[in-house]
Design a protein. Structure first.
Length: 445
C-alpha cells in the first residue's frame, strides 16, 4: 500500500512545495528548461484543442462527416507516434528527435493557414497528431534519463506544468473565439505554431541526457539499444504487450472527463448545462495542486501496481455516481456529477504516475526506449476508442452501462496488478550468482 514512515509528518513539513521543486526539479538545469518547454508546448496545444473543431467547421467549411474522418485519421496516425518515437530513440539522440518533432508540427500548423482542400488537410493534420504523440513520448524518455530514480517526481511536476499550460491556452483561445473572425482563428493557429518554435529553441539549450538511472541503456547494452541482433523486441514480448493492452482501459478517465460527463449531463440529467466548464476547472486545479503529493506515494514499482487497483476502485465509484444521476433532480444530479469529476480526476492522478512507472520498470534494461514507445500506444488507442465506447455502448445502455463499465475497469485493474507484480518479481529479482569456474580447485590446499 502507500508508503508510510515514522517521521512522515516531519518529512511532509520539510518537503519542498510545488514552486520550490519547479525551480530545482530532478534533473537540474536541463529538466527545468524542459519543463518550461512543455509548458509553452501545452499552452499552444490548449489553444488548438479549444479552437480546432470550430476552425475546421466555420473557416474551412467541413461538414460533420468529413470532420469526423479528419479527426479519426489524425487519431489513428497518433497511435503510431509513440512506437515510432521509441524506435528512433534507440538510434538517435532524444534531444534532436524532440526538436525535430516540434519543428515538424510548426510546419504542419503553418500549412493550415493557407490550405483549404480536404485531400491536403487530411495528411497534414495526421502528421501533426503523429508528431504530437511522438513528442510526448520523447519528453518522457528524456525525463526518465535526466531524472533517473526520481522520475515519478518529475512526472508529477510535468503533469502540473502541462495542466497549467492547457489552462492558459484555453483562456487565449476563448479570447480569439469571442472575436470569431477568420483572422482571429488564424492568429490562434499562429500562436500554437509559435509555441512549437519556442519549445524547440528551449530544447536546443538542453544537453542530451548522459543516461544514468535504470532507464538508460548500460554500456554493455549499447548493441541492444541500437537495435542490433539479439536485442529484445517489445512486439515479441507477450507479457509486456499484455500490460500495454490492459493499460488501455486504465486511461478511460480521460474520455469520461472530456466526453462522458458533458454528454451524460446534457442528454440524461436535469443538471444545468452551465455546469460543464466546472469539470475542466476541477480537473485542472486538482492536478496542479495534488499531482506532486500523489507522486510522492508512488515511488516504487510495487506501489505503482497497488495504485493501479486503487485506480479501478476509484473509477468504479465514479461510474456508480454517474449511474445514480439518471432520474435524480437537478440539484442532486449536479452534486453527483461534480463528485464524479473529482473521482475521475483522482483516478487520473494515480494513473499518471503508476502507468509510466510500471511501463519503465517492466521493460528490460537494454531496450527501454522501444518498450516505452510501445507502452505509449495505450493512451493514443484510448483517445481513439474511448469516445466510441462511451457514446456507442455505455451511454446507450443507460445507468446499467456505467455500472458495467465500472465493474469491467476494476476487474481489469486487478488483473493488471497481479500480472505486473508477477513480472516485477522476475525483472527486479537479483541475478543468480555465477558458478565459479574450476570449482574443484577451491578445495585445494
Amino acid at each position: 500500500m502507500w508508503r508510510r514512515g515514522a517521521g512522515s509528518r516531519k518529512e511532509r513539513q520539510d518537503r519542498p512545495g510545488l514552486v520550490a521543486q519547479l525551480r530545482r526539479p530532478p534533473g537540474g538545469r536541463d529538466a527545468r528548461i524542459m519543463l518550461l518547454a512543455q509548458f509553452l508546448d501545452r499552452a499552444g496545444t490548449g489553444v488548438w484543442a479549444a479552437s480546432s473543431v470550430l476552425f475546421f467547421t466555420f473557416v474551412i467549411g467541413l461538414d460533420a462527416g468529413r470532420l469526423g474522418l479528419l479527426l479519426g485519421a489524425a487519431a489513428v496516425a497518433g497511435i503510431a507516434g509513440s512506437p515510432l518515437a521509441g524506435h528512433l530513440a534507440g538510434r538517435f539522440p532524444v534531444r534532436s528527435l524532440l526538436i525535430g518533432c516540434h519543428l515538424l508540427r510548426l510546419g504542419t500548423l503553418g500549412t493550415l493557414l493557407v490550405v483549404t482542400r480536404f485531400d491536403v488537410l487530411l495528411p497534414v493534420v495526421a502528421v501533426t497528431y503523429l508528431g504530437d504523440r511522438a513528442a510526448k513520448t520523447l519528453e518522457m524518455l528524456f525525463a526518465t534519463r535526466a531524472a533517473g530514480e526520481r522520475r515519478a517526481t518529475y512526472q508529477a511536476l510535468s503533469r502540473s506544468t502541462a495542466n497549467a499550460g492547457y489552462a492558459l491556452g484555453a483562456g487565449i483561445a476563448a479570447a480569439g473565439l469571442a472575436v470569431g473572425t477568420r483572422e482571429a482563428y488564424h492568429a490562434l493557429i499562429l500562436a500554437n505554431a509559435l509555441s512549437f518554435l519556442a519549445a524547440a529553441a528551449l530544447v536546443w539549450r538542453t544537453r542530451e541526457p548522459r543516461g544514468h538511472g535504470r532507464v538508460a541503456a548500460r554500456t554493455g547494452d549499447t548493441a541492444a539499444a541500437a537495435g542490433k541482433p539479439g536485442a529484445p523486441s517489445p512486439w515479441r514480448d507477450r507479457a509486456y504487450l499484455r500490460f500495454v493492452l490492459l493499460d488501455i482501459p486504465m486511461n478511460l478517465d480521460d474520455s469520461i472527463l472530456s466526453i462522458g460527463l458533458p454528454l451524460w449531463l446534457v442528454d440524461h440529467t436535469d443538471a444545468p448545462h452551465a455546469l460543464v466548464p466546472a469539470f475542466l476547472v476541477i480537473n485542472t486545479v486538482l492536478v496542479v495542486v495534488l499531482q506532486l503529493r500523489v507522486s510522492e506515494k508512488v515511488q516504487e514499482p510495487r506501489q505503482a501496481a497497488t495504485a493501479v487497483f486503487l485506480y479501478g476502485l476509484t473509477m468504479l465509484a465514479c461510474c456508480a455516481l454517474l449511474a445514480g444521476t439518471a432520474g435524480a433532480g437537478a440539484g442532486a444530479a449536479s452534486i453527483a456529477l461534480l463528485a464524479a469529476a473529482v473521482l475521475a480526476t483522482a483516478a487520473e492522478l494515480m494513473r499518471s504516475v503508476s502507468s509510466w512507472e510500471l511501463a519503465v520498470s517492466l521493460a528490460p534494461a537494454g531496450a527501454k526506449a522501444s518498450y516505452l514507445g510501445v507502452a505509449g500506444m495505450a493512451q493514443s488507442i484510448q483517445k481513439s476508442a474511448g469516445p466510441l465506447l462511451l457514446t456507442g455502448a455505455v451511454m446507450t445502455a443507460g445507468p446499467a452501462g456505467w455500472l458495467a463499465l465500472g465493474a469491467a475497469i476494476v476487474t481489469l485493474s486487478a488483473v493488471q496488478r497481479r500480472c505486473s507484480v508477477g513480472r516485477l518479481d522476475t525483472v527486479l529479482a537479483p541475478p543468480a550468482p555465477a558458478a565459479p569456474s574450476g570449482g574443484a580447485r577451491l578445495h585445494a590446499p
